[in-house]
Design a protein around this ligand. Structure first.
Ligand SMILES: *Cc1c(COP(=O)(O)O)cnc(C)c1O
Length: 229
C-alpha cells in the first residue's frame, strides 16, 4: 500500500533503528525498536503473505536464518524431523551440523515413497516434514499435497522450501502445506543484490512462535534489503 503519511506509491525505505515515542509506551503506528518491527520490513512481509496466500509472513536476513527460525520455533531437544533425500546442502547442514548438536534428531527419506515416509514419522516426536520442490540443484519434484497429508496424519507440520518455484508457479499453503519458506536471495529478490529469507504460514499459534524467534534472536532483514526485495 502507498505510504500512509505522504501517499508515496513506493513505500520509502525507513533507515532508522528506533522510533520516537510521544510519551513512554505511546507508540506511533506500533513502532518502537526496529528488531521488533520496521515499516519497510512490514511492507515486505505484507507482500510476501499476499504472494503466498498466507495470513502471516516473517522476513529474515537470509534463507537459512528463516529456516533456523522454523526449527527453533517448532522443535526442542529430543524431537525429530523427516528430511527429503534431496534438499539444498545448506539446509541439510543446518540440521546436521547445528541443530543435531542441540539434540534435534532427523531421518532422511525419499518423500515420494509414501510407505517410507509413514514409517519414518514417529507420532508425538516427529514435529516437521521438510520438503523442497523443485530441489536445488537436482530439480527433484515432490508431491506437496500427498506428503503434507501424511505429515498431518502423523501429527507433524509440513514445511515447503518454495525458493525455486516461487509463489508465481506454486503456492504450498494452498496445496495443504503448513509453512512455506524461501531464500528470497534467489528469484524473489531477483536481482542478485540482497540476501534474505521468508517464512509464510496460516496457523496463528505457530506464527506467534516464529515472530517471537524473529524478534528474540534477531536475524531480521534490514530495512534496505526489505525495500530492495
Ligand atoms: C539458497 C537457498 C537456501 C539458503 O538461503 P540463503 O539465502 O543462501 O541463506 C535455502 N534453500 C534453497 C532452495 C536455496 O536455493
Amino acid at each position: 500500500d502507498p505510504d500512509p503519511t505522504t501517499g508515496a506509491v513506493i513505500p520509502p525505505v525507513y533507515l532508522t533503528s528506533t522510533h520516537r515515542q510521544d510519551a513512554v509506551g505511546d507508540l506511533r503506528g506500533g513502532y518502537e525498536y526496529n528488531r521488533g518491527g520496521n515499516p519497510s520490513r512490514d511492507a515486505l512481509q505484507a507482500a510476501l503473505a499476499s504472494l503466498e496466500g498466507g495470513r502471516f509472513a516473517y522476513s529474515f536476513s537470509s534463507g537459512l536464518a528463516a529456516e533456523d527460525a522454523i526449527i527453533r520455533a517448532t522443535m526442542k531437544p529430543g524431537d525429530h524431523a523427516v528430511l527429503a533425500n534431496d534438499m539444498y546442502g545448506g539446509s541439510y547442514r543446518l540440521f546436521n551440523r547445528i541443530h543435531r548438536e542441540w539434540g534435534i534428531e532427523f531421518d532422511v527419506v525419499d518423500l515420494n515413497d509414501s510407505d517410507a515416509l509413514r514409517a519414518a514419522i514417529k507420532p508425538g516426536v516427529t514435529k516437521l516434514v521438510w520438503i523442497e520442490t523443485p530441489s536445488n540443484p537436482m530439480m527433484t519434484i515432490f508431491d506437496i499435497g500427498a506428503i503434507a497429508r501424511i505429515a498431518r496424519e502423523g501429527g507433524a507440520l509440513s514445511v515447503v522450501d518454495n525458493t525455486f518455484a516461487t509463489p508465481y508457479l506454486q503456492r504450498p499453503l494452498e496445496l495443504g502445506a503448513d509453512i512455506a519458506v524461501h531464500s528470497t536471495t534467489k528469484y524473489l529478490g531477483g536481482h542478485s543484490d540482497i540476501l534474505g529469507g521468508a517464512v509464510v504460514l496460516n496457523d496463528g499459534d505457530v506464527a506467534e512462535k516464529i515472530g517471537f524467534v524473529q524478534f528474540a534472536v534477531g536475524a531480521v532483514s534490514g530495512a534496505f534489503d526489505a525495500w530492495l526485495t
